[in-house]
Design a protein around this ligand. Structure first.
Ligand SMILES: Cc1cc2nc3c(=O)[nH]c(=O)nc-3n(C[C@H](O)[C@H](O)[C@H](O)COP(=O)(O)OP(=O)(O)OC[C@H]3O[C@@H](n4cnc5c(N)ncnc54)[C@H](O)[C@@H]3O)c2cc1C
Length: 511
């Protein structure tokens, strides 16, 4: 049951100033009398009366609290004391000002899939954006406004039903902004770029609670930062993005399962197929996992691969001929409207990857090409775990993604804070620890695979896509190895968030 009740609020933020010696603005001053022991009655009275009527406030005693605070991974679960769901954009300013006034830390939440370990340091008030989920297509048919709580699946469906598409993440369950503020990779990036490349303007609530418009012509310095490092700068209450006509009637998908003995052939074919970043633009997305399928073998993982082509089967199958030539345990295909391609590829709401509440231990490295020798080493490491620790191996997967990247590559890398346009393959090591006893082994395995991927690309540094990074990398690993990027981001932090209120998602300035 939704309610307007807060059970307890006994926490203080650890405001850390980026401006040593500067005077503290009024809105960040601590109360002369401590608010540590605020009661739920006080909060209800003080905040409940300031926000719009549909705003919902939950405490741990409320039935929905567990659902609202559930996460994709409990490995980096923030400590949420109170959840607020603003009903109007203006409520977000009110909530942030209230938190500042009472020295309470706050965290905006979209789809709840953030996996950065830094989230675990958070203790405070969660601003759940899910009520801000409206979408308004503009009269021109060239752009739409989206609420700050929109999630990929409903965005795809809403636009598709009206004859449009836009750039989104590939998984239906991911928040548009959780992904988009860090770039946002998905099936339309080869044609139209990342989510962030298509954002035209954003309404942002800054750390002091003020609401501003951020675009090429308004706070253009912040517009640069919001597109790649946006989690560090404000809460987006709504945003305008490019939209595009829906395109071909169907997408072709083809899923394969290969045995481990085919690994070298598969990765050789993948490297030729992507040809160092020149994947045909309609060959939108392939993703492959090493994972256990004991109906095939319990000795070692299998290679599960899925391809999605924007267009008819005959065009796609010509490009897939090298993969059709590899002896497969299983090969299935079909043609579906764009709105169903996530289901065909196992990335829809009800697919296993979207479920909440497990302990995922992850690591990730961005690659330009696959090193076949490295992939064999990684596979053999998985095979060893299949034998020595079957319970850990059972829930684990090692993912390799390949997008067509033409539109991403065409954009000037200096034009936004997204730093890794030259990279082509996202990877994700993802072990599910069945109990806390397995966490240390999962961590060691995650580090081992990350190190293997890095060693397999000599001379290149660790590029960790900020949204796949596990939070144990460095700031340049997330935001770029060019020193000017980090200097620019730090100076924008000093300007727009001088007291580092936004410091829980792979922070530019550590908490
Ligand atoms: C199963 C799975 C599938 C994924 N698929 C993709 C994919 O296809 N493409 C891709 O690029 N990434 C993908 N990711 C990575 C994903 O982009 C990040 O995990 C992202 O943080 C998830 O966003 P969220 O809104 O779901 O998570 P949340 O945990 O709700 O949000 C993550 C962070 O985003 C910030 N945030 C959220 N909403 C707002 C807002 N309105 N204003 C300001 N800040 C906000 C907050 O800092 C928050 O901590 C995937 C991750 C998982 C676990």
């Amino acid at each position: 049951m939704r309610s307007l009740v807060i059970s307890s609020l006994c926490f203080l933020s650890g405001l850390s100033s980026l401006v040593s010696g500067a005077s503290v603005p009024r809105y960040f001053e601590s109360q002369p009398t401590t608010r540590r022991n605020l009661t739920s009655q006080e909060v209800r009275r003080e905040l409940g009366s300031q926000v719009s009527p549909g705003t919902l406030i939950y405490g741990p005693g409320d039935a929905e609290f567990a659902n609202l605070t559930s996460r994709w991974t409990d490995f980096s679960k923030p400590d949420v004391r109170v959840v607020i769901e603003p009903a109007a954009e203006s409520d977000v300013s009110t909530i942030v000002k209230y938190c500042n006034h009472n020295s309470i830390d706050f965290l905006a939440i979209g789809g709840g899939h953030g996996l950065a370990y830094s989230l675990k340091k958070f203790s405070g008030l969660q601003i759940s954006m899910r009520q801000l989920n409206n979408i308004t297509i503009q009269g021109s048919g060239k752009s739409a406004w989206f609420g700050g709580g929109t999630v990929v699946g409903p965005v795809i469906q809403y636009l598709y039903d009206r004859g449009y598409v836009t750039t989104t993440g590939g998984c239906e369950c991911v928040g548009m902004l959780g992904a988009g503020l860090g770039g946002g990779h998905g099936r339309y990036e080869g044609l139209y770029g990342l989510i962030s490349d298509n954002i035209l303007q954003l309404r942002v609530v800054l750390a002091d609670g003020s609401a501003i418009v951020v675009s090429k012509s308004s706070h253009s310095d912040l517009f640069w930062a919001m597109r790649g490092a946006g989690h560090n700068f404000g809460i987006v209450t709504s945003y305008e993005m490019n939209i595009f006509p829906v395109g071909p009637k169907t997408w072709h998908w083809h899923n394969y399962i290969w045995r481990g003995e085919q690994l070298e052939t598969v990765f050789g074919a993948l490297n030729a197929f992507h040809n160092n970043g020149s994947t045909p633009v309609n060959m939108a997305f392939e993703a492959g996992n090493f994972l256990m399928d004991t109906s095939i073998t319990s000795e070692e993982p299998v290679l599960y691969w899925t391809f999605a082509y924007r267009g008819p089967a005959d065009e796609a199958e010509k490009l897939l001929a090298p993969f059709n030539a590899i002896d497969a345990v299983s090969s299935t295909m079909g043609d579906v409207p764009y709105s169903q391609i996530a289901t065909a590829q196992g990335t829809s709401w009800d697919s296993a990857i979207c479920q909440h509440g497990l302990v995922h231990v992850t690591s990730s490295v961005f690659l330009q090409v696959f090193n076949v020798t490295t992939e064999r080493q990684i596979f053999e490491g998985f095979k060893r775990r299949a034998q020595s620790s079957p319970a850990l191996a059972a829930g684990s997967s090692i993912m390799h993604e390949g997008y067509s990247t033409e539109a991403v590559d065409k954009i000037d890398p200096a034009s936004s804070a997204y730093p890794f346009r030259g990279d082509h393959h996202l990877t994700l090591f993802n072990a599910v620890a069945p109990s806390p006893d397995y966490e240390a082994a999962a961590r060691a395995w995650a580090a081992e695979v990350r190190d293997q991927w890095i060693a397999g690309q000599p001379g290149r540094k660790l590029d960790a896509y900020v949204n796949y990074a596990n939070g144990m990398e460095t700031v340049p690993d997330w935001y770029g190895h060019e020193s000017w990027r980090i200097e620019r981001l730090k100076s924008l932090k000093a300007k727009y968030d001088p007291y580092n209120r936004f410091r829980y998602y792979n922070p530019i300035i550590a908490a």
